[in-house]
Ligand binder design. Structure first.
Ligand code: IMP
Length: 446
């Protein structure tokens, strides 16, 4: 049985947590493969709402093993408090596996993140302040601590002896002295290591064994393709590879296992932090989207910038991630608007452009070319319970036209439509053939 990757095709916050939680019903394992507690997944089950940062979404299913892979960075204190917040749903040790090769975010990494952002002034990335960049920087500089190291006090001490002088130079004089105090840090690391120990293992081995048994394994991406360190809008990106192929490296498995890649597309676009955003709405329409979609960061509470769906961006993600099918989310949010717009290509310096340029200056000059469609009503009857599988033709007409435009422009089937936050508010779309093509008229974004 191949593994399935669930990856964001935009700037994160596409609703990957809900899609993962839904698909986890048929899976035995859910793996996080990159990022740290910069991520934020909101999952609604009945009347309960869970906000997860480090734990994979599958943790809420009693029969699923949740894995934090080697490609992740882990702040042990955050992980332990997130576990505690699950209350009666806390997993027993065998149901959460943490890679011994994942890197550790120390309190000083957070302080460095904040200090670096302050130093950037008007050019700040708008990071989550969770120490993600500095932790990955130490990893690549071969100066980091891995989760497995926490069980070896001598390793912790000698690594910190080596790296703390540099951290002290990077932090301002006003930084809390205990952040770089060798003895205090060693003590902290050893205590956190002891608390995490029951979960720590060689997760590559565990995942490979699970795949070999023929079980369904989900790989849950964090952030989105356009925040990827290589493929995103650099330097306004996060510090890890968020794309689907990173699931192999970040969990220690062969790439041949990743045959199904679900690209999650929010029906509109949002971005937290700085960086180019061609379809951004800076007027009251953006505010309406923000309020209707509750677009405020799960991790930082910051209001998200909002705008129309950008298919240039989605096509790019399909290419670099090897997306095989799309899951559309938050379709109910657009139902609140009188009409819906979608960018299919850009006009840059008078030329039609269908592929995303690398140059941020070129992206900033891009005028998105928009198709306008009527919005839709009548989503109430669309639930998993009432309508497990249907075709696009069975959906309300304008919603069908929206999904058909996406399929036509991306050459990729939409197989899941989410029409509300609850597990049940989802429709699985069967694959079809021979549906007629619809013609659309373009105009420049206004
Ligand atoms: P960092 O990952 O905290 O270093 O932040 C780098 C950029 O990625 C900033 O623009 C953040 O707002 C953004 N970012 C990080 N994690 C998420 C996420 O889970 N959703 C959306 N944006 C994110």
């Amino acid at each position: 049985m191949p593994g399935t990757v669930i990856v964001g095709t935009q700037f994160g916050d596409e609703g990957k947590g809900k899609v993962t939680d839904l698909l986890a019903a048929d899976a035995t394992m859910v793996v996080r493969y990159q990022g740290g507690d910069n991520a934020g997944h909101t999952i609604r089950i009945g009347t309960e709402t869970f906000k997860l940062h480090l734990l994979p979404s599958g943790i809420l299913r009693a029969d699923v093993t949740a894995v934090i892979g080697n490609g992740c960075v882990i702040d042990p204190a955050v992980l332990l408090s997130e576990l505690a917040s699950l209350g009666t749903r806390v997993p027993d040790h065998g149901r959460l596996l943490v890679s011994d090769r994942a890197h550790v975010t120390l309190p000083l990494h957070r302080a460095l993140d904040v200090a670096q952002e302050t130093a950037r002034g008007g050019k700040a990335v708008g990071t989550t302040g969770r120490g993600i960049g500095p932790t990955y920087t130490d990893k690549v500089a071969r100066a980091g601590l891995r989760v497995g190291d926490l069980a070896e006090p001598a390793t912790v001490r000698s690594r910190l002896e080596e790296t703390l002088p540099h951290a002290r130079r990077s932090l301002s004089d006003s930084a809390e002295p205990s952040l770089t105090d060798l003895d205090a840090l060693v003590e902290w690391c050893v205590a956190q290591g002891a608390a995490l120990a029951p979960y720590v293992t060689d997760t590559s081995l565990a995942i490979t064994d699970e795949l070999a048994k023929g079980h369904e394994v989900l790989f849950e991406g964090a952030q989105g393709t356009h925040l990827d360190i290589d493929h995103g809008t650099y330097p306004f990106v996060t510090s890890s590879n968020t794309v689907a192929p990173a699931a192999a490296v970040g969990s220690g498995i062969g790439a041949q296992h990743l045959q199904r890649v679900i690209g999650v597309v929010k029906a509109y676009t949002s971005r937290v932090g700085a960086g180019p955003f061609p379809t951004e709405l800076t007027d009251e329409r953006g505010e309406r989207l923000r309020q209707a979609g509750v677009e405020f960061g799960t991790t930082t509470g910051r209001p998200r910038r909002c705008g129309w769906l950008d298919l240039v961006q989605v096509r790019y993600s399909i290419r670099v991630c090897g997306v095989t099918e799309l899951a559309l989310t938050k379709l109910d949010v657009l139902a609140a608007l009188p009409e819906v717009q979608v960018a299919t290509h850009y006009r840059i310096d008078g030329a039609d452009v269908r592929e995303l340029p690398a140059s941020l200056r070129a992206i900033e000059r891009a005028v998105p070319m928009m198709v306008t469609l009527p919005s839709w009503k009548g989503l109430e009857g669309l639930t998993l319970a009432g309508l497990r599988t249907c075709a696009i033709a069975d959906l309300p007409g304008p919603l069908g036209a929206f999904l058909r435009l996406i399929e036509q422009q991306t050459g990729t089937p939409v197989t899941l439509a989410s029409v509300g936050p609850g597990r049940e508010q989802s429709v699985l779309l069967g694959r079809r053939s021979g549906e007629g093509r619809t013609r659309f008229a373009w105009r420049e974004a206004s």
